[in-house]
Design a binder for this molecule. Structure first.
Ligand code: SF4
Length: 274
């Protein structure tokens, strides 16, 4: 990084180059040197996640794969959705920004969906998903999907918060036939193939969350987000947007390099903050 944020209150322009799936992505970000919250980073991280998804898709299409996601197909909106803590905070704030009567309607949907989860006997595992053993997670997730509980933001098979939808929703890009997502069971789960993104934006965000306030990783189930956020203290940070973003990109490259070792067939992303 060429800039010297300590000597300047002005936003710093940062150039980033990422190589993903053999394709280069060049970004220029204007980042503030004043203290920022992780939730402030979300618009940039969402745009990055979308750009990385686009690059991975272009590479996959070059080998004959095709995206089967289409408008009004909302099979994935009945799956179990988990959020990073920063996303859960923003989601709760977003619900408060929604005008009436939709705000009350959506809150009521959260409550009734949770009641359905409870009635199905899934609540203890849903509340503490991180305690579900790895081998038991897929059966649990499919038990949840079998109830076909719609996400509170699903309206007429479309997402009411599309621009702000969580990372997991942005990253679920199916390249197997759409009907496979809709009919997914333990026996047929192997037929569902989603695009390999080669990068883990929410994973890197989560690492930064833990650097700021060390604690075990906990992902927040979508239906618990409002309750979880209400119980958390206000987000505080003494680090600047520039500093937080630098930490994020370091984690992104580390995470991706770990998932794609040098001798793997997948090109690991490289990034440079210039
Ligand atoms: S947030 Fe939107 S895209 Fe994600 S599950 Fe809910 S309705 Fe679907």
């Amino acid at each position: 990084m060429d800039s010297d944020p300590a000597n300047s209150e002005e936003p710093q322009t940062v150039s980033i180059e990422l190589a993903v799936s053999g394709r280069k992505l060049k970004l220029q970000l204007s980042l503030s040197t004043k203290p920022a919250k992780l939730t402030d980073l979300l618009p940039t991280l969402r745009a990055l996640s979308d750009a990385l998804g686009g690059a991975a898709l272009a590479a996959a299409e070059a080998t004959g794969e095709k995206l089967s996601c289409r408008q009004k197909c909302a099979a994935c909106c009945r799956h179990l959705v988990a959020l990073e803590e920063t996303e859960a905070r923003r989601l709760a704030a977003l619900v408060e920004e929604i005008e009436e009567p939709w705000r009350s309607k959506i809150k009521a949907r959260f409550r009734s969906a949770l009641q359905e989860v409870e009635a199905a006997g899934l609540l203890p595992r849903y509340r503490e998903m991180e305690k579900v053993a790895k081998a038991d997670f897929l059966p649990f997730a499919l038990e949840y999907f079998a109830r076909r509980i719609p996400c509170p933001f699903l309206e007429d098979e479309s997402c009411l918060i599309y621009e702000e939808r969580p990372f997991v929703c942005r990253q679920y890009l199916a390249v197997s036939p759409a009907e496979n997502c809709n009919t997914m069971t333990l026996e047929t789960a192997h037929k569902v193939k989603s695009l390999n993104l080669h990068t883990d934006v929410p994973g890197a965000l989560s690492k930064v969350e833990r650097d700021l306030a060390p604690h075990p990783r906990k992902r927040i189930p979508m239906l618990m987000a409002l309750e979880w956020a209400a119980a958390q203290p206000e987000e505080t940070s003494t680090r600047s947007e520039l500093d937080l973003m630098h930490a994020f990109f370091s984690e992104l490259c580390e995470e991706t390099a770990a998932e794609n070792p040098p001798d793997s067939s997948t090109a690991a992303p490289e990034s440079s903050l210039l």
